[in-house]
Design a protein around this ligand. Structure first.
Ligand SMILES: [Fe+2]
Length: 236
């Protein structure tokens, strides 16, 4: 008997934003890692932080529309993109050049900071996190849904995370509290630049923050994000 595969995508904003999660091991702990799918004004889809695609995931995303963009949000979240680019051959790969330096298999069609991307997708604003080249992250703000998409800028452990991460999170201050990732804390090379970047978030009306490693933040998301960075010495 044929059965329909279980839904891998959760709808975060009706008809506009979906996300899926998968486990990833990093530094001896098992985190959740989120991939988001945004339906753009022209009906095309943008996949943020693509996971290594399974057939079932590809089928469910394809049922939502045509994938036009695959976005690598920083220099770490590139692992699934080469396979995603193969699964969605019509999609344009957008990534920071620093990600290509880490992954020779990554084909970048458009740099994340290139004007061409902003022109093609005007409903998304880019907020680069300057001063932390270790991460080289750029957040995306979707005006229509007032959703801010990041990857590693902050993370948080919850009750439903794996025990390894629940334990490590208690030691590193990430337990149920939005926090700068431990490996990023000592990698701020320009605090003034980071402050300026974070300050730009204050000008946005953010209803929810979608991050890679933690539940979606829908309660005072910018305030919680700024508090996390304040604790590591970056005021904004
Ligand atoms: Fe990450």
């Amino acid at each position: 008997m044929r059965t329909t595969p279980p839904p891998l995508l959760t709808e975060l904003v009706e008809g506009r934003v979906w996300a899926s999660e998968r486990p990833v091991w990093f530094g001896g702990v098992r985190l959740r890692a989120r991939t988001s799918v945004i339906r753009l004004d022209d009906g095309g889809l943008l996949v943020h932080s693509p996971a290594p695609p399974t057939d079932a995931w590809v089928a469910q995303v394809a049922a939502l529309g045509e994938v036009r963009w695959l976005v690598v949000p920083n220099c770490f979240h590139h692992l699934g993109t080469p396979a995603a680019a193969t699964a969605f051959p019509g999609a344009t790969v957008v990534a920071p050049p620093s990600a290509a330096a880490r992954n020779p298999a990554l084909r970048i069609d458009v740099a994340l900071d290139a004007p061409a991307f902003a022109t093609a997708v005007p409903e998304l604003a880019r907020v680069p996190l300057d001063g932390v080249p270790f991460l080289d992250e750029t957040l995306l703000y979707h005006h229509a849904t007032e959703t801010l998409f990041g990857a590693d800028i902050v993370l948080r452990a919850a009750e439903d995370d794996h025990w390894t991460w629940r334990l490590a999170a208690r030691v590193t201050g990430c337990w149920k509290r939005l926090s700068v990732p431990p490996d990023v804390r000592k990698q701020v090379t320009d605090r003034d630049a980071a402050s300026r970047s974070l300050r730009a978030l204050r000008r946005l009306s953010v209803r929810r923050l979608v991050i890679a490693h933690g539940h979606v933040v829908d309660e005072s998301p910018v305030e919680q994000l700024l508090a996390a960075w304040r604790r590591v010495g970056v005021e904004a």
